[in-house]
Write a protein of this length. Structure first.
Length: 95
């Protein structure tokens, strides 16, 4: 994956809030030690790249990257991947 200005490598997080009717929510990033204390980012259903949209719900584990939203002048979640139930890190998905 090529990183360009305003983009970041993939991060792990959980969905903190999701409004199914409006198709958006917020993801809380895991910090470098796996704690749920990192930043919080807006995401839209159109950014879901892997996983079943019907399974989007608070507490679901995801991977995502961030990109700069010029209109809002802050970072947002992009390329969101819903992880299988019970997975909290990428190595759990691969193995």
């Amino acid at each position: 994956m090529r990183i360009i200005e305003g983009e970041t490598a993939m991060k792990n997080g959980i969905i903190r809030k999701y409004d199914r009717d409006r198709g958006f929510g917020f993801i809380r990033e895991d910090d470098s030690r796996g704690n749920r204390g990192g930043g919080e980012y807006f995401f839209h259903i159109s950014e879901l790249r892997a996983g079943d949209p019907a399974e989007l719900a608070p507490g679901a584990a995801v991977r995502f990257r961030t990109e700069f939203d010029k209109a809002r002048e802050k970072l947002r979640a992009a390329d969101v991947e819903l992880l299988p139930a019970g997975a909290t890190e990428l190595h759990e998905v691969i193995s």
